[in-house]
Design a protein around this ligand. Structure first.
Ligand code: SF4
Length: 215
């Protein structure tokens, strides 16, 4: 993990300080009450809005309780989710493995989690952080990718490399919060494809990398 040259980048600590003030209620966005529910919700959330996922899981979690239950998940129960066929297949297979290999409990290590279908490093980080309170990395979602790049906190576009850059730059105690702040800011102001730089609290410190059109 190499240190990022910060000359052409907003200062990470300033970004976090300013955004914490701007979004004081920033928090994890998927509803869950145990690690299994979080794993299922996180798999469903790929390329799907969180409010849609939360609406579906509110009913889903009433019907399916254990990993063995989810190993029999019916497509019909998640059909308002994007790519529901593929996600149902992944959830069934992941939950079969959790049942047979991990005694029905979601595993608590990155190495084990990424063996589960539908669970990549991003989802595994989200599970470890939010379900188990274990921070071993940073959740790099679409907002983190876009906003970090514009702010100059990374020059990479591949999630694993972005994660490494951010881990080298951000204080570890902020790794978790950083993703939530990027999401809030990415939705409210630093949108794709056109950000509202003139209304942005980071306007004075942001190099606006690859921002061509500003309002
Ligand atoms: S809205 Fe503009 S100034 Fe604000 S973080 Fe995004 S690119 Fe930077």
């Amino acid at each position: 993990m190499s240190k990022m040259p910060m000359a052409a980048a907003a200062k990470a600590e300033d970004v976090i300080r300013i955004l914490k003030k701007e979004y004081p209620n920033s928090k994890y966005y998927l509803s869950f009450s145990n690690p299994l529910q979080l794993m299922v919700a996180a798999v469903l959330s790929a390329q799907c809005r969180d409010d849609v996922v939360n609406a579906v899981t509110a009913k889903l979690f009433q019907k399916y309780k254990t990993a063995a239950d989810f190993a029999k998940l019916k497509e019909d129960d998640i059909k308002s989710i994007t790519f529901f066929n593929n996600k149902a297949k992944n959830i069934r297979e992941a939950c079969r493995i959790v049942t047979e290999k991990f005694g029905g409990k979601v595993p608590q290590t990155m190495d084990e989690l990424v063996t589960l279908p539908g669970v990549g490093r991003k989802t595994a980080n989200a599970i470890l952080i939010n379900a188990f309170g274990k921070t071993v990395g940073i959740v790099v979602d679409t907002h983190v990718i876009r906003v970090s790049y514009r702010l100059g906190l990374t020059k990479n576009t591949i999630p694993e490399k972005i994660e490494n850059d951010l881990m080298a730059t951000l204080p570890k105690e902020d790794w978790n919060k950083f993703t939530w702040l990027m999401k809030d800011h990415g939705r409210a102001v630093c949108m794709a494809p056109v950000p509202y730089c003139s209304k942005c609290v980071l306007d004075k410190i942001c190099p606006k990398n690859r921002v061509n059109e500003q309002l």
